[in-house]
Write a protein that binds this ligand. Structure first.
Ligand SMILES: [Zn+2]
Ligand SMILES: [Zn+2]
Length: 255
């Protein structure tokens, strides 16, 4: 789909986003060069095993990180919160009032925030190289993969909202490698209290069952007030207030 909207972060934000991607590209290239060098030195078997083990682990780590960031941005602060309000809280909140808006963002605009989040780690690990030995090479490969998975998170999230995603997205969704529309749909049902992981969605069902990254919202979730709440915490406060008012009314009724 063509990019149909104005760049929502303005010209200065656009410049920051482009610089972040350029620095990331250079850092990742150096990191990959050093990681591949380390893998070659470890020999054929270990050199193949490390990337094979790193891919699922990095997707799992990115899914966990996406859940934590999404949970915090949905439920804490607002667009006026210093440093993170405009960049992180605002887009997550707007996504709940206009879920399809994400599909109109170009690649850089949709994924610049995750690029900025992962940049310090990639630069640090790149500077720690060159790599020798099993664990340091594993660290380099893992960080390279996890940074790509984190940066692709909002793209996977965007694909889960597209009526007709790219062919590669359909294949990866069918194989359960990236977030599927069915998995993510659970998060877009009021009161938006669960299923915050948006890279692969692998952790969502487990976390929901265990109550991890979940806001407990009591009462009837079809309540009209909950349907108009922007976040799970707001829905929870509305319901608790209503329950308190009801109990006070019942308590003050004459016998
Ligand atoms: Zn959300
Ligand atoms: Zn969504």
């Amino acid at each position: 789909m063509a990019h149909t909207t104005e760049y929502t972060r303005g010209t200065s934000g656009q410049i920051v986003d482009i610089i972040a991607f350029m620095v990331f590209g250079v850092s990742l290239a150096v990191l990959l060069y050093r990681a591949i060098d380390g893998l070659i030195n470890l020999g054929l078997t270990t050199g193949i095993l490390i990337p094979l083990v790193s891919v699922p682990l990095s997707l799992l780590a990115a899914d966990l990180l996406s859940g934590i960031v999404h949970y915090l941005a949905d439920n804490y602060g607002d667009e006026n919160t210093p440093l993170v309000g405009k960049r992180f809280c605002k887009p997550f909140r707007e996504h709940h009032t206009n879920p399809k808006g994400i599909t109109e963002r170009g690649f850089i605009e949709a994924n610049a925030n995750t690029c900025i989040i992962t940049l310090p780690l990639v630069i640090l690990v790149t500077l720690l190289g060159p790599y020798e030995g099993l664990w340091s090479t594993f660290l380099a490969v893992f960080v390279a993969f996890v940074s790509v998975a984190v940066i692709m998170t909002n793209e996977f999230h965007k694909w889960a909202h597209l009526e007709n995603p790219p062919a590669i997205a359909k294949i990866l969704q069918r194989w359960g490698i990236i977030l599927t529309p069915d998995n993510h749909d659970v998060h877009h049902v009021a009161p938006y209290d669960t299923y915050y992981c948006v890279t692969t969605g692998w952790l969502n069902a487990l976390f929901d069952r265990l109550g991890i990254l979940k806001v407990e919202v009591p009462g009837d979730h079809r309540d009209a007030e909950i349907l108009h709440a922007a976040t799970a915490r707001e829905a929870r406060e509305l319901i608790l207030k209503k329950m308190k008012e009801q109990s006070q009314t019942q308590g003050s009724e004459p016998l």
